[in-house]
Design a protein around this ligand. Sequence first.
Ligand SMILES: Cc1ncc(COP(=O)(O)O)c(C=O)c1O
Length: 190
Amino acid sequence: MKVHNRWRRLETINLIPSENVMSPLAEYIYLNDMEGRYAEGTLGSRYYQGTKYIDKLEGLLANLMGELFHAKFVDVRPISGTIANASVYAALAQPGDTIVSVPLNSGGHISHKTTGAPGIFRLKVVDLPWDNEEFNVDVDESIKLIREVKPKIVILGGSVYLFPHPVRELLEVSHEVNAVLLHDSAMCLA
Ligand SMILES: Cc1ncc(COP(=O)(O)O)c(C=O)c1O
C-alpha cells in the first residue's frame, strides 16, 4: 500500500479528475465507523438497526443537494455513477427500449452503453451524432435522430469534456417524444 501511495501520489501525474487526490476531510469519511455500516432501505425505514446518525446525515445531505440543484427529489444513496445510472434505467425504461447517448470514442461513458448497465437492462443504445470540429454533440442531427428513434432516455454527459453538452438545446425535443433527459454530470462535479 505504501509503495502504491508513493507512486500514485508523489510520482505520477493523475489525469482522471474523479480519481484525483481527495482532501483529507473527504478521506476522513473512509476512516469513520459509518464506512462499514449497513444502511439499506430508505430514511426511517431501514433493514438494520443503529442508523440514527446515518439517517440524520443522509437527510441533511439530501436537503443540501436539493437546495444546490433546485431539485424536488434527491436520492443520495447510489454509491457510484454506474449504480446511479442503473437506477434511472430500472425506473424509466423497459427491456427493448431505446436510449441515446454520447459515442464512447467522443468521451461517452461505458455505463451509457450496452457493454455497461444498459446491456443488463436489455436496452438498445444509439449513438448521438457527434461534431468533431466543435467536439460536442451535433444538435441539429441529434434532434433529427431523437425524432426518428424516439428514445425513452436521452443521455448527455460523459467522461471527457471540453465544452458543456447541449442540455437546453435537446430538452424540448426530448419532451416532444416523451423521453427523459438524463444529464450524467459525474465528471462535471469531479
Ligand atoms: C460520466 C460518468 N458516468 C459514470 C461514471 C461511473 O462512475 P463510477 O465509477 O462511480 O461507477 C463515470 C466514471 O468515470 C463517468 O465518467
